[in-house]
Design a protein around this ligand. Structure first.
Ligand code: FES
Ligand SMILES: [Fe+2]
Length: 375
């Protein structure tokens, strides 16, 4: 089945309810789209010293990719496959400090940067070892302490995050300190796309989030669309609760927050106190996990402004998203219309979902001439 969402939001209809019941749509994304995008994979502090190994499952329950963050003897971070190149055993299952990586199944040894060092009882094997006996090493890029990677080459990191670097050029990302004690995992009984499309419109804020609505000036809410990302901002209703940096404006006033979304499932929410990273992980057609990672740069601003009550806002969002999940089971609704003023982000997301469903390997829709899209 093909999906169509018209380019002109004034005429477009939303994705049909059948999309959210289509297992093939989810399979297509898992096989062709998610492996190519840049994922948040953790933070530098998870391997504080040479020899530290930190296993990471990338998008658990969806991609389920076993990876291993390691800091080698030179102090460099590596992101490796956590699967032994002999017969596929998982190498490391807990954080630990080691001089080398040793497979517990038949004793294959690897250096901390993934080179195969030795293997017992392989003296007679021909053309051994070869390049494929080393652990696959994935690209690793950082934004302050945050680490990102992709499983398959495609989009470049610079292109994907270009709007963020342009808009938040004034921000000191290195000042963001990981706070694993504030991390959370939420379970949502809804299709992952319903969670994301709700995030991409501020339309519901006055209706669903009374507390958040009082912290920002909804009349000035702004949405900017870039290829593969969306930025939402609003001025703080009280300027002293907004960002202090003179460049951190929404219109002429201090911004309350910068809500960045990156196709398909990553949200970087910047508040005056720091950053809340949200990773949305599909589990099935009606279950989603949302991972929250928290980074703080100014502790005394926590509990104030638009980033004050994230748990409460999350609960309010989940309640409405789960209701939509139930609503879409009806026989009496097929699709709806968009508010041209307030639902451009959701419309863009739906267009990407339709595009990548119909033509999953064609990433040209995310190409752009930087200068024409970012002011
Ligand atoms: S699977 Fe690792 S040594 Fe055999
Ligand atoms: Fe919301």
């Amino acid at each position: 089945m093909l999906y169509q969402v018209a380019q002109d939001i004034r005429e477009a209809r939303t994705l049909p309810a059948t999309y959210y019941r289509d297992p093939k749509a989810l399979d297509t994304l898992r096989e062709h789209v998610f492996p190519v995008v840049w994922h948040y994979v953790g933070s530098e502090d998870q391997c504080p010293e040479p020899g530290w190994l930190h296993p990471v499952t990338l998008l658990p329950g969806f991609l389920d990719e076993p990876l291993l963050l390691s800091r080698d003897t030179e102090g460099r971070l590596n992101l490796l496959s956590n699967v032994c190149t002999h017969r596929g055993n998982i190498l490391i299952s807990e954080n630990c400090k080691r001089k080398e990586i040793v497979c517990a199944y038949h004793g294959r040894r690897f250096s901390l940067d993934g080179r195969m060092l030795s293997m017992p009882f392989f003296q007679e094997a021909k053309n051994f070892p070869g390049a494929s006996d080393n652990l696959t090493s994935l690209p690793l890029r950082s934004l302050g302490p945050l680490l990102f990677s992709q499983l398959q080459e495609g989009l470049t990191f610079e292109k994907v995050f270009y709007p963020l670097f342009q808009k938040l050029f004034w921000m000191d990302f290195k000042a963001l300190k990981p706070r694993p004690d504030l991390s959370r995992i939420y379970q949502v009984r809804a299709h992952w796309a319903l969670y994301v499309e709700n995030y991409l419109e501020g339309f519901h804020i006055p209706f669903v989030h009374k507390g958040l609505n009082s912290a920002l000036d909804f009349k000035e809410y702004s949405i900017e669309i870039f290829p593969g990302s969306v930025l939402q901002t609003a001025p703080a209703s009280q300027p002293e609760e907004g960002f202090e940096a003179p460049q951190a404006l929404c219109g002429q006033r201090p911004a309350a927050a910068f809500y960045f979304w990156f196709w398909p499932n990553l949200m970087l929410n910047f508040y005056p106190w720091g950053l809340s990273v949200n990773v949305v992980v599909p589990q099935s057609l009606d279950k989603t996990l949302v991972f929250y990672a928290t980074f703080v740069c100014d502790e005394k601003k926590m509990g104030r402004g638009a980033g004050a009550e994230l748990h409460r806002v999350e609960m309010e969002d989940q309640a409405v998203v789960e209701q939509v999940q139930r609503g879409l089971r009806t026989r009496l609704y097929t699709s709806g219309r968009y508010s041209p003023q307030l639902e451009a982000g959701t419309h863009y997301f739906h267009r990407l979902l339709a595009h990548f469903h119909n033509d999953p390997c064609n990433f040209s829709i995310l190409d752009y001439d930087h200068s024409s899209n970012v002011s």
